[in-house]
Ligand binder design. Structure first.
Ligand code: KIV
Length: 269
């Protein structure tokens, strides 16, 4: 079967068909997730939390993202239908265009098909430059964990109208600059719906309600591997005695049919 590309994802949005994304940090899980039909694998800097035991994503380095991207790319290549791999550029590796381009080169050469960056319209020059150089970009807005210290904690974003309108404008600006995916984390469902309607590129949500074009979950959350606080948007797909491949398929099926996330996994304004 043909590998998933940005054209596949755009065609799904155009046909109003939803797709799934899950984080992956190693080869075995990457192959299992792609073989379960999950379209996109995110080598997320959440690996800092769940693999390394850090308190935030801030300590994660570019070299570590390259290492995990290589592992995921190897596993994904063995899948029947390889998924599209996105890799996070970690904290302060894309503060200006030249640094961001160099960081993107490192993860793309390690096997990523797209880079993910956190921020709003200050990213427009970087997104334009990457697009011109053939690098697909996912722009992550809303709760951006690399800015946890500036945000004063992990909190739902865009609850007031001024902030909501700014997020809609920033999403539009990033899509117009060349971003291929907008990712929204922890925003009210109504705002996520407005952004999904406002941009022509696919919108992926986590804690953003069921109205986006796609959903993402951290693989450890999906597999019930939690030790501390479990965020409201998480669902454990291992319940009911499923195997890991069954859990991955159940997640992808529920995303596609729109039954995940349910209202209890979502936020209101
Ligand atoms: O790093 C990550 O896993 C992420 C998701 C939470 C979207 O950015």
């Amino acid at each position: 079967m043909n590998a998933i590309t940005i054209r596949t994802l755009q065609a799904l949005k155009d046909k109003q068909q939803k797709f799934a994304m899950v984080t992956a940090y190693d080869a075995t899980f990457a192959q299992l997730a792609a073989d379960a039909g999950i379209e996109t694998l995110l080598v997320g800097d959440s690996l800092g939390n769940v693999v390394q035991g850090q308190d935030s994503t801030i300590p994660v380095t570019l070299e570590e993202m390259v290492y995990h991207t290589r592992a995921v790319a190897r596993g994904n290549a063995r899948a029947e239908r390889p998924a599209l791999i996105l890799t996070d550029l970690p904290f302060m590796t894309y503060g200006d265009v030249a640094t961001g381009v160099a960081s993107a080169r490192a993860v793309m050469q390690a096997g990523a098909h797209m880079v993910k960056v956190e921020g709003d319209d200050w990213l427009v020059p970087l997104v334009k430059s990457l697009a011109q150089q053939g690098v697909p970009v996912c722009a992550h807005l809303g709760l951006t964990p690399q800015s946890v210290n500036k945000m004063g904690g992990y909190r739902v974003q865009g609850r007031d109208e001024a902030h909501a309108e700014a997020m809609i404008n920033h999403s539009r600006a990033l899509a117009e600059a060349g971003a291929d995916i907008i990712l929204l984390e922890c925003v009210p469902s109504e705002l996520a719906n407005r952004i999904t309607a406002a941009v022509t590129v696919p919108v992926v949500g986590i804690g953003a309600g069921a109205g986006t074009d796609a959903q993402v979950l951290v693989c450890y959350d999906l597999l019930g591997l939690n030790t501390g606080h479990i965020p409201k948007f998480v669902k454990n797909y291992m319940s009911g005695g499923r195997t890991v491949p069954e859990a991955l398929r159940a997640y992808a099926d529920e995303v596609r049919e729109g039954s995940f996330p349910a209202p209890e996994h979502s936020f209101s304004a």
